[in-house]
Design a protein around this ligand. Structure first.
Ligand code: XMP
Length: 527
């Protein structure tokens, strides 16, 4: 196992992700982790980047005991500076020229060889840098293994001990050879085994959940039918069976037959202990008269919590009478790594670490107010890894590859006021669009697709009669991270067929338009 100490860089998780891609198991712990409190010995240690300056008061530093352990150490960016600063406080200074973005790295040859860290690579490579501070001096006992135009000490290594420091970020895709550098360190230098697989993750996570929850502990969680909550729920079910209680809230703005399908999949196929709260009417009643997107989101979020809490109370009451199981103390959340807004930050001179996470709009007052503790088994994973995990758990391909669907559902896909009739039109149009995308074999090529309804009406002529009806907007995007997106380039003939079917089959619609806006400046959803 490689230990990655997180100094708070936004890329730290990418280090563990790259190592997982190499089938090397790695654990990421906060940089304040003391060696004495660790009950395993790492094969090697990576010190991550971070937003601080090592010489600042209150800046984080690694437990010196790691440097006495004798295992290889690789410092990345801040990690490099930490290694140099430990040797002498004057070794690190604020750089005059900051280096952000691409740089050409030159591996230095000693006796005709590049360092083992760069084994198998060209002497010159494109790398990605992001730093303001730099080494002013080479720490004693070290030599230079790589340079860039701006950094005389872009890579350093101890002359006799396996301690390395690099200024570049090997974990980002902008450093094309970065994975090889990490492989050279983890496998070549540390001798880590390449035997980690998603199946092992499942076993480890199940064992961790069982230990955390105990023999009788019970867990509550919300499911939506989406990939993340389904995978998280299935994992919980594997770990503790019916002591995991899933709640699906039917908010009246789900897609065609969705509630029934989700129920079938989760309950009948996956065996998850599921309660469905049919609250559609309450949501639709409350949405009456609301025009503003933010207000819609607020209302739906708030109502969701009310309904969820009501169900939770019932489950808790039932649980209180059970002899086999104890109180509900845990709350499952399918948070993924990209939802983790800020991994670690330091507060004041006491250097206390606080972990921030996105609670996905879910009941803070349930977790904080009622003392439910969070379980987030997907917290370290990226979307594609969650999909792989889903496959590993036997979840069907169609579900694993499902496009994301927003919590506020069709309510933010009906522009302006939401009425049951408008939801119905958007729902039918969406169903036609998505079915045709599937039939054309395009579903897995598209990041997200849906139909929305614009109730500002347009004039048309149908059956020789003038009509004045709603407009359907089709949206489909290609994206990897949902932060940026481009419109999917459908063939015209495909869109024409979709438009014809929607107008023929969805009463109240006389126009269909395709949204060609990229994100930015647009967003994926229309509201
Ligand atoms: P935008 O519209 O911000 O969407 O470009 C990016 C991604 O986030 C989804 N989205 C939401 N998901 N609750 C959710 O669970 C929401 O309120 C919400 N708003 C947007 C959107 O579908 C897309 O995948």
């Amino acid at each position: 196992t490689i230990l990655t100490l997180d100094f708070g860089s936004q890329y730290t998780h990418l280090i563990t992700r790259r190592l997982r891609e190499l089938n090397v198991y790695s654990e990421m712990l906060p940089c304040t982790q003391k060696l004495a409190d660790l009950d395993w010995k790492p094969a090697g240690i990576i010190l991550s980047g971070g937003p601080y300056s090592v010489y600042e008061e209150g800046a984080p530093h690694a437990d010196p005991a790691y440097f006495e352990l004798g295992v290889p150490i690789l410092g990345i960016c801040y990690g490099l500076q930490e290694i140099a600063y430990r040797a002498h406080s004057e070794n690190v200074i604020a750089g005059t020229a900051r280096e952000y973005g691409h740089a050409d790295l030159k591996a230095k040859r000693v006796d005709g060889h590049v360092d083992r860290l760069f084994k198998g690579l060209e002497d010159e490579m494109k790398v990605w840098m992001s730093h303001g501070d730099k080494l002013a001096k080479l720490p004693e006992g070290f030599h230079v293994i790589a340079t860039t135009q701006n950094s005389e000490y872009a890579g350093i290594a101890h002359k006799t001990k396996p301690i390395y420091g690099i200024q570049l970020h090997p974990e980002v895709t902008h450093t094309p050879d970065g994975t090889k550098i990490l492989e050279n360190f983890a496998v070549g230098i540390c001798g880590a085994k390449q035997n980690w697989t998603m199946a092992k993750f499942v076993d480890q996570e199940i064992a961790r959940i069982r230990k955390l929850v105990g023999e009788k502990g019970q867990v509550l969680g919300a499911v939506s039918g989406g990939v993340d909550s389904t995978v998280a729920a299935k994992l919980m079910h594997e770990a503790i069976g019916d002591r995991f209680h899933a709640v699906l809230v039917d908010n009246g703005v789900m897609r065609l037959n969705e509630c029934e399908q989700v129920k079938q999949t989760l309950s009948d196929h996956l065996g998850i202990n599921l309660i469905v709260a049919h609250a559609g009417q309450q949501f639709l009643d409350g949405l009456k008269g609301i025009q503003d997107p933010e207000q819609k989101r607020k209302f739906i979020g708030g109502k969701f919590i009310d309904v969820f809490e009501e169900e939770a109370k019932k489950i808790e009451e039932a649980a209180a009478h059970s002899e086999k199981a104890g109180k509900i103390e845990w709350f499952l959340q399918g948070t993924l790594y990209p939802d983790v807004i800020e991994s670690i930050s330091f507060k004041g001179p006491s250097a206390t670490i606080k972990t921030h996470h996105n609670v996905g709009g879910l009941p803070k007052r349930m977790t904080e107010g009622q003392g439910l503790k969070l379980i987030e088994p997907l917290r370290e994973l990226f979307k594609d890894e969650v999909r792989e995990l889903g496959r590993q758990l036997g979840i069907a391909h169609d579900l694993v590859m499902r496009h994301p669907f927003p919590g506020p559902g069709i309510a933010i896909r009906v522009l302006g006021e939401v009425t049951p009739e408008r939801v119905e039109m958007a729902r039918k149009a969406d169903h036609i669009f998505i079915s045709m995308i599937r039939e054309a074999g395009l579903y897995d090529k598209i990041g997200q697709a849906f139909a929305a309804l614009d109730p500002s009406r347009a004039v048309g002529v149908m059956g020789d009669k003038r009509v004045y009806e709603n407009i359907v907007l089709l949206r489909a995007v290609e994206t990897t991270d949902f932060m940026t997106a481009n419109p999917y380039p459908f063939e015209n003939s495909f869109l024409t067929k979709v438009a014809t079917r929607i107008i023929n089959e969805v009463h109240g619609v006389c126009r269909v338009a395709y949204d060609y806006t990229s994100k930015p400046p647009g967003t994926i959803e229309l509201e």
